[in-house]
Design a protein around this ligand. Structure first.
Ligand SMILES: Cc1cc2nc3c(=O)[nH]c(=O)nc-3n(C[C@H](O)[C@H](O)[C@H](O)COP(=O)(O)O)c2cc1C
Length: 341
């Protein structure tokens, strides 16, 4: 069985040039081949906007419940469906098992101005799977096709689907499903995270299977999984033959990776840049949900930046325990003084 050798020498310059080429998904023009992956609880409009500022092509939202959208849940509709004017092209990712809800939700998403809809058929979280959504659809192909058709019908937008190979190691239902989604549901593209649902986000992605899927489909496949380090990302892009790559954990607190993969910069961010980016994030979070809620929400974002700054447990604790955003800002200005010194 072939195995990718990520250290094998490759023409990194040629791959960088290729990653910078525009392409299309279902007629939507995407300016380059480095996309932002969907990240639940994280991929809101400002996280996506940050990715765009650093050079991401297509932006994909965190997963949003089709039922919550259909029934007009206020926070879902005002916060999770919010799109910033500079985000396009942007896809909103929906999850759900019911074609009726999906059709209605897709119509609402189309009205928000999204360029595409992405459907989640890979989420391994039990709360999602036990309703028949997410990775549960990898074993229920008729339903998966009906859900995808409903999203196409409801929105009139290109619909992509993000899948995994299967629920457990050895299963390849995802590959069979992808073919049916292409042929029977008319989906415009596939996002492939080649780790089984039972692996969640751990273990080595099966890039050989990804390569097989790319060869089996006419529609563009975007590869996700293990996307850290510019050279590794380019090697995976090359090896799998995917149309594009999708960055997830590698860009949490490290949006510079988008620029590095695209060859727009080489050097890692300076401490000043990291601090400035965290300050930008804090300002946007307040703009998004107000200072009180932002002060809790931001605790998810601090660890990435503190780690980037090379600071240890004490700093992590201090940011988690900070009683207000003012206290966080104060710590940041002290850090900035030492960064500039
Ligand atoms: C915190 C977190 C949240 C995620 N949320 C979603 C999601 O909402 N929808 C989805 O399709 N995938 C989701 N994923 C999977 C990622 O999009 C991506 O496929 C996965 O992290 C593998 O890429 P990586 O190894 O480069 O991180 C999530 C992953 C993480 C770590």
């Amino acid at each position: 069985m072939p195995m990718i050798d990520l250290d094998e020498p490759r023409d990194q310059a040629a791959l960088t040039a290729r990653l910078n080429e525009p392409f299309e998904i279902g007629g939507v023009a995407i300016p380059n081949r480095v996309s932002l992956a969907p990240l639940a609880g994280i991929g809101n409009w400002f996280f996506r906007l940050q990715a765009r500022r650093f050079g991401a092509g297509l932006l994909v939202s965190e997963m949003v419940s089709s039922h919550a959208v259909r029934y007009g849940n206020e926070r879902t509709c005002t916060e999770l469906l919010r799109i910033h004017p500079d985000e396009h092209p942007v896809a909103i990712q929906l999850f759900g098992e019911d074609p009726v809800s999906m059709e209605a939700a897709a119509a609402v998403v189309a009205e928000t101005g999204a360029d595409m809809i992405d459907l989640n058929m890979g989420c391994p979280v039990p709360k999602v799977c036990k309703t028949g959504a997410g990775a549960a659809l990898l074993r229920d192909h008729d339903r998966a096709v009906d859900v995808a058709k409903a999203a196409v019908r409801g929105s009139g937008l290109p619909v992509t689907v993000k899948i995994r190979p299967g629920q457990k190691p050895g299963e390849t239902d995802g590959v069979t499903l992808a073919k049916r989604l292409e042929q029977d549901a008319g989906v415009a593209g596939i996002g492939f995270h080649p780790r089984h649902a039972s692996q969640q986000h751990k273990g080595r992605p099966d890039y050989d299977l990804a390569r097989e899927l790319v060869e089996a489909l006419e529609i563009p496949v975007t590869i996700s999984g293990g996307m850290r380090g510019a050279d590794t990302i380019r090697s995976v892009f090359d090896y799998t033959g995917a149309e594009a790559v999708m960055l997830a954990r590698g860009v949490m607190g490290n949006p510079w990776l988008f620029s590095q993969v695209r060859g727009l910069r080489d050097q890692p961010p300076s401490d000043e840049e990291i601090i400035a980016e965290l300050e930008w994030t804090i300002d946007r979070a307040i703009e998004h949900i107000g200072e009180q809620r932002a002060s809790r929400y931001l605790r998810k974002f601090y660890p990435w930046y503190i780690e980037q700054l090379g600071l240890g447990h004490q700093a992590q604790d201090a940011f988690q325990r900070a009683e207000s955003i003012d206290a966080v800002r104060e710590m940041l200005s002290e850090l900035a003084v030492s960064a500039f010194a």
